[in-house]
Design a protein around this ligand. Structure first.
Ligand code: NAP
Ligand code: MG
Length: 493
């Protein structure tokens, strides 16, 4: 029997018309999965030297998808050597306009194979096909297109007359946007003439391996991109390898701190894209229906597995009841379930571990006295699921207001004045993003100046463009990805 989400209170949402949708599943046969995948080193797939493998599963069903090689220290050595050779003999000597051609080809093939990639990403990650199809894959292609355009213009990018590549980049990425994060790392590194060794997250290795196949398909010189699958130990071995000139990491603040310690005192350049606890600030003059859409997109997009998620809603007291009523109504219309169904809004939580973390923090919210609410929603029997959840009566000292939950959980706080909104929004060790909703342009500009966040969205949320730099302050990390700024982390200007 399907489980019914706990903490259900249907009373406030019974005015909503319920639409029935017939299932509209995308076919999983669109993508052909191999039973086993090797490491992509020097342009070919190889088993790990140790012979070790691990299994990646579909988090929506817990079904095994494929067995994947687990890279050890020897494999890291080989991949870094392959990247070094490619840098010295090939890629590092190519002219920018030649590098650009490869990046354009990668972008084109991502577009051509977008449907396969979208299904693969949803299978391995649990995210709704609507998001992988409309957001992850198109943005990944857009990143390669965008940086292809920079490859032959680096002398004009403002980093000196002859900016040079750094050499071999060791790159480690998380599981929330697997292909997109790979694109964010690889595209600027390759455009600037570096070669790469990339480690995807243990739970989502498949789209990076698909990208490795695309590198073969476009004839990218062997060793220019190497993909090492594995867990945290593989990432640690990669960032510690003396042959790496640049470390680029996206992931948790905790691991970011370890990596910073590991590279301290070496020649390695470092950029860190870490966690966040963003405030989404709604003023009383905001267009409320639009703001409610922005709140939903801010925290329930990608199951809330988003570093810049608007996980703290700051709403002006005078409109708090109105906003919360509309928000509950809207949440009651979200559909949770099969990620491959095109009607699905909320997919599966990426792993049992992440589900346990979300549950633990949500329980802490209840224990500390906040009021918990979820719309009526049925959770599938198998797989990892968490209902969209809203906490009201949250105070700034609650764990759910301070710690990154990285799940579909919204903490609501109120404020009376803009100054109070700023003080509350900035009361966090993070500083990745923020949202502001108001009709007043002057207030938007003032808020954007006051908020300590790398990205401030005004009357929108979670909007990404390859031309726009993204990155954090404080414990959200340093360095920018995207835009002209994204070149800087890979150049010795
Ligand atoms: P994580 O545990 O830090 O893992 C990130 C990556 O680092 C994974 O590939 C992981 O491997 C690897 N790793 C783990 N321990 C390592 C070590 N000691 N040395 C080197 N690599 C290591 O983070 P996560 O839980 O996967 O991702 C969620 C976090 O990423 C959130 O905090 C989120 O805010 C952040 N994030 C930030 C951004 C941004 O742009 N700022 C974007 C997306 C996500 P395994 O997965 O195989 O263990
Ligand atoms: Mg998986």
């Amino acid at each position: 029997m399907p489980r019914v989400a706990p903490h259900v209170e249907a009373a406030t949402v019974d005015s909503v018309a319920a639409f029935d949708y017939a299932p509209a599943p995308e076919s999983r046969d669109i993508v052909r999965l191999d039973a086993e995948y090797g490491l992509f080193v020097g342009g070919e797939f190889h088993p790990a030297v140790s012979g070790r493998t691990f299994v990646t599963i579909n988090p929506a069903t817990e079904e095994p998808l494929a067995s994947v090689a687990e890279a050890g220290v020897e494999d890291v050595d080989r991949a870094v050597a392959a990247a070094r050779a490619a840098y010295e003999d090939g890629w590092g000597r190519l002219r920018g306009r030649e590098r650009a051609k490869y990046l354009f080809r990668i972008a084109r093939v991502i577009q051509e194979r977008a449907r396969e990639l979208a299904v693969l990403e949803s299978l391995d990650n649990g995210k709704p096909i609507r998001e992988s199809r409309d957001v992850d894959i198109p943005l990944a292609a857009a990143h390669f297109f965008y940086y292809a355009g920079w490859a032959d213009k680096l002398e004009h990018a403002g980093f000196g007359p002859q900016p040079r590549a750094l050499g071999v980049a060791g790159q480690v990425i998380p599981w929330n946007f697997p292909l997109l994060m790979a694109a964010w790392k690889l595209a600027p590194a390759l455009a600037t003439g570096n070669t790469c060794v990339l480690k995807p997250a243990e739970t989502t290795p498949l789209s990076a391996l698909f990208l490795a196949q695309i590198c073969q398909e476009v004839g990218l010189p062997p060793g220019t991109v190497n993909i090492l699958t594995g867990a945290g130990a593989t990432g640690a071995a990669l960032v510690a390898h003396p042959g790496v000139d640049k470390v680029a990491f996206t992931g948790s603040t905790e691991v970011g701190k370890e990596i910073r310690r590991a590279v301290a005192g070496t020649h390695k350049r470092l950029t860190l894209e870490l966690g966040g606890k963003a405030a989404n600030v709604i003023f009383e003059d905001a267009p409320i229906d639009q703001a409610v859409e922005g709140i939903v997109n801010g925290i329930f997009f990608n199951q809330g597995h988003v570093c810049c998620a608007g996980s703290r809603l700051l709403v002006q007291e005078s409109v708090a009841d109105l906003v919360l009523d509309r928000l509950r109504e809207r949440l009651a219309t979200l559909r949770l379930g099969d990620p491959l169904d095109k009607n699905t809004d909320i997919g599966a939580i990426n792993s049992a571990e992440q589900l346990a973390k979300i549950r633990g923090l949500a329980d802490a919210g209840s224990e500390e006295g906040a009021e918990r609410w979820s719309p009526p929603c049925t959770l599938p029997d198998r797989g990892f699921w968490f209902p969209p959840t809203v906490f009201t009566g949250v105070s700034q000292s609650h764990r759910i207001a301070r710690e990154e939950i990285f799940g579909p959980v919204l903490s609501v706080l109120t404020f009376r004045t803009p100054a109070e909104a700023v003080a509350k929004a900035n009361n966090t060790p993070y500083g990745l993003s923020a949202g502001v909703w108001t009709e007043k342009g002057s207030l938007i500009l003032w808020m954007a100046q006051q908020l300590e966040a790398g990205v401030v969205w005004a009357n929108t949320y979670n909007r990404f463009d390859p031309a726009s730099p993204f990155g954090g302050y404080q414990e959200s990390g340093f360095g920018r990805e995207g835009g002209r700024h994204g070149l800087e982390g890979y150049l010795d200007g």
